[in-house]
Design a protein around this ligand. Sequence first.
Ligand SMILES: [Zn+2]
Length: 311
Amino acid sequence: MFKNLHELLQSMPTEKDCRDYLIEQRWGGCPVCPYCGYSDKTYLIENGKRFKCGASQDVCGKKYSVTVGTIFESSRIPLTKWLNAVYVVTAHKKGISSHQLGRDLGVTQRTAWFMIHRIREMMKNVSNEMLQGAVEVDETYMSRKYKSDYKGLSPEQVEYAQKSPYTNKGAVVGIKERDGDIRVFAFDDRKAAPIKQAIYNNVMEGSRIMTDEAFIYRTGLEQYQHAAVFHAKKEWVRNDVHTNGVENFWGVMKRAIHGTWHQISFKHLQAYCNECSYRYNTRKMKDADRFTLSLQNMERRLTWVKLTKKS
Ligand SMILES: [Zn+2]
């Protein structure tokens, strides 16, 4: 087993090595047809590059490779480059820009950009467990909006909205279990209802919720024990009441934006939130373990059309 990028590249130098590795990670070494889920029988074809479903022709019998139904599907980029990219994107503390990854791998910036977005599909937190105990909630503003993000507004309204530092960015809310995971959600703006809905969906009733004094938290949190610190009165911590965990995360994410991506669009804000919170929640893990964990989520797809369609 490899311990770093150098060892990864050495241990899987060929396409066949990478395919075998993915077959092991995805199916424990025994391919299961992704079209019908029929796993009894599989034939190796094309020198072991692909498989043929063992079900009869009228049921399925389709041919497939290990990348069908994964983030790697229909890509012309060799798997050696893909695995290199997965390692780098999941390991780098501040992420990596598409320009840098393109230069590192010898692919175009556009290709690298698409690769990173596909890899982000694997970096979504999958736990549905409710957060509990002491839970911090805090919000901030990030990204930038373009004209296409203001659908339904008149040109005058768009111009007005773009001038405001609040409406021209996405609102981002972090919900973090003290000493535990953070979940981060992007919203069009700082409306109370969707932000509270995110709290209801993620925090167990009866938990202690800690926020600042913002008006959005003043009502609607009766099913929790709610305590607030008053930033306006220069109060950041009162006994164990604070939102320092979430604020620490904002620092990490903003450093990634300023240092690596420079500017992120509102359209992809949630994907950037997913990437940063995923890395944050796995920060105590070794890079090689995070790489393996990420590949457990390879059965997700993101097509170019879905990624680039005007919302
Ligand atoms: Zn099949």
